[in-house]
Design a protein. Structure first.
Length: 169
């Protein structure tokens, strides 16, 4: 499905993900016996767990909102990442690692379908994460009152020709 002016855009989908947000961080490459290269992430198991939680929450919210899975149009993603507050934070806001752009990359990858050999191996809200054309994101510390545990609040908004920059659909 391609989003055009004649296509009805899907609704905005919002969802929460529990757990400490993980980054799509540094990678390491290793040669394989067959002459290929295997690429792994430095925190592979934690990243896979975070991606699985984001994917599950996004798919559940998408189905409930009747969002077409594998959506192939441009979208905006809004995300607030809630991080554990250190015992003695250096700043009042989380101006420390993890990097915001790496948190975004992990969410973007989790929203996209996983394809192997031209076939969909895992469903996703988006056909590809390249469909994300705009991000609005922030890092906040868990405050123990309004936000009691680490995680993320995420919204995916379709962008149509009628959707001006900075407004919701």
């Amino acid at each position: 499905m391609t989003a055009t002016a004649t296509t009805t855009a899907p609704p905005t989908v919002s969802f929460a993900v529990e757990g400490v947000p993980e980054t799509e961080g540094s990678t390491r490459a290793f040669p394989t016996r067959s002459g290929g290269v295997r690429v792994t992430h430095t925190k592979q198991s934690a990243l896979e767990g975070w991606r699985a939680r984001v994917r599950a929450a996004s798919l559940a919210a998408a189905v409930q909102a009747r969002w077409p899975l594998g959506y192939d149009g441009p979208v905006e993603v809004r995300a607030t990442f809630y991080l554990p507050r250190p015992a003695r934070p250096r700043f009042a806001v989380p101006a420390v690692k993890p990097d915001l752009d790496k948190l975004e990359r992990a969410v973007g990858d989790a929203l996209a379908e996983v394809r192997r050999g031209g076939y969909v191996a895992q469903r996703g809200m988006l056909r590809e994460d390249s469909r994300i054309v705009r991000w609005q994101s922030a890092k906040e510390y868990v405050d123990g009152e309004a936000v009691v545990s680490p995680g993320a609040a995420i919204a995916v908004l379709p962008i149509t020709e009628e959707t001006p920059h900075g407004t919701s659909a």
